[in-house]
Design a protein around this ligand. Structure first.
Ligand code: XUL
Ligand code: CO
Length: 450
């Protein structure tokens, strides 16, 4: 995440570039985005996402609970390790001032309102600038949060908040430290105050570059202590939202301790935290760990840990976190098969942890990207519902395991078949019949729903 440090774009004495005021709309000419159906050619309309439409007994908007990520949408500049920012949004004045933070917050809520979603996600440092001291930093945050509370009204809330514990040099050796505890304490309180429904921990600096200078056991113990303190604090302030861990294998560190869903689950179990946390699965992180998003979602789901999705996608030819909006309908369909099996994600949802490409520099691109992402997920939901209603894929899977409905299979599943019993049965039955796995048929059924 890069902070906006582009050159000033407001004319020195221009209208709307005063202290924290901005006259008129931030997105003039962009209407409230509506559903127009699959035949629409309007790029500022939904073709598949129809918020109020019922699918499998639930409104589309309730399956998704879409959220705008403040950091990508309002702090993403297009800068990369090789080049300068490319996005100079008209409302940005090139500073990281408190006045600018407030103006940006107004732009955020106009964007959310026009897009028609109910949630947003933020890091503490995205929304308010650092001060010279921690007191000043907290004061800045308080001021921006007070404005956010007012702008939210009663309909909009944070899907989750999080503390940004990876940018500042103080976190370079890992962030599960005293300072991080203070920041998390404050951000958790702020998330609670804004009516946030979850709180995320992404351990960008919790990992190592080499084991030669690292005491892994000590670091994992410390991380668990930090998370336990968060649990205690959450209970103390009466925050009923879910605490979420977001697995990612590497980047920025060579190895991050929350490598993937299975690793994070093992960590939570070892430290007695398994009932206190769920997972925020990010699709691009899944790709980086050598898994599909579907795999990570299923791993989380069968462990009772699927709490939220950071909806994005990676590039199959690129080895880093490109944070693209998901546009692959087949991938979205697999994601939605997991979400439906999970009965939805609430109080979690789909947070677009996704950014425009560096070369996408029009203000309307922010809308187009989100509309495309929402429509892709909506197509995934419609397709997954089709597959479930049709039932042939479930039937195929059921058949594949049908031998477990036999006398021996039932005994195995019930834990009543020991080795001696199984040897006796194997001799009695002779060579087993090996049946087809029907993979191509499964793929054919899946494709027919797309
Ligand atoms: C980083 C990432 C973060 C977290 C929140 O890869 O995904 O933006 O979602 O800190
Ligand atoms: Co994320």
């Amino acid at each position: 995440m890069k902070l906006a440090v582009g050159p000033p774009t407001c004319p020195a004495e221009g209208v709307g570039c005063g202290e924290d005021e901005w006259e008129g709309e931030f997105f003039p000419g962009i209407p409230k985005i509506k559903y127009e159906g699959p035949n629409s050619k309007n790029h500022l309309a939904f073709k598949y996402y129809n918020a109020e439409e019922m699918i499998l007994g639930k409104k589309m908007k309730d399956w998704f609970r879409f959220s705008v990520a403040f950091w990508h949408t309002f702090r993403g500049t297009g800068a990369d390790p090789f080049g300068a920012p490319t996005k100079y949004w008209p409302w940005e004045d090139g500073t990281n001032s408190l006045a600018m933070a407030k103006r940006r917050m107004r732009a955020n809520f106009e964007f959310i309102d026009k897009l028609g979603v109910d949630f947003w996600c933020f890091h503490d440092r995205d929304i308010a600038p650092d001060g010279k001291t921690l007191e000043e930093t907290n004061k800045n945050l308080d001021e921006v949060v007070a404005l956010a509370k007012e702008l939210q009204g009663s309909k909009i809330h944070p899907l989750w908040g999080t503390s940004q514990l990876f940018h500042h040099p103080r976190y370079m050796h890992g962030a599960a430290t005293r300072y991080a505890t203070i920041c998390s304490y404050i951000t958790l309180s702020v998330t609670h105050y804004l009516g946030g429904e979850n709180y995320v921990f992404w351990g960008g600096r919790e990992g190592y570059q080499t084991l030669l200078n690292t005491d892994m056991e000590k670091e994992l113990d410390h991380m668990a202590r930090f998370l336990q303190a968060a649990v205690d604090f959450k209970k103390k302030i009466g925050f009923n939202g879910t605490l979420l861990i977001e697995p990612k294998p590497q980047e920025p560190t060579k190895h991050q301790y929350d490598w993937d869903a299975a690793t994070a689950a093992n960590f939570l179990r070892k430290y007695g935290l398994i009932d206190e946390f769920k997972l925020n699965i990010e699709c691009n992180h899944a790709t980086l760990s050598g898994h599909s998003c579907h795999h990570e979602l299923e791993t989380a789901r069968i462990n009772g840990l699927l709490g939220n999705i950071d909806a994005n996608t990676g590039d199959p030819q690129t080895g880093w976190d490109t944070d693209q909006f998901m546009t692959d309908v087949a991938e979205a369909t697999m994601v939605m098969l997991s979400v439906i099996k999970n009965g939805g994600l609430a109080p979690g949802g789909f947070n677009f942890d996704a950014k425009l490409r560096r070369e996408s520099t029009d203000v309307e691109d922010l809308f187009i990207a989100h509309i495309g992402g929402m429509d892709t997920m909506a197509r995934g939901l419609r397709n997954a519902a089709k597959l479930i209603e049709d039932g042939s894929l479930a039937e195929l899977v059921k058949k594949r395991y049908q031998s477990f409905d036999s006398e021996v299979g039932t005994a195995i599943e019930a834990g009543k078949a020991d080795f001696e019993y199984l040897e006796k049965k194997a001799i009695e039955w002779g060579e087993p019949k090996v049946l087809s796995g029907k993979q191509e048929l499964a793929e054919m059924i899946f494709q027919s729903a797309l």
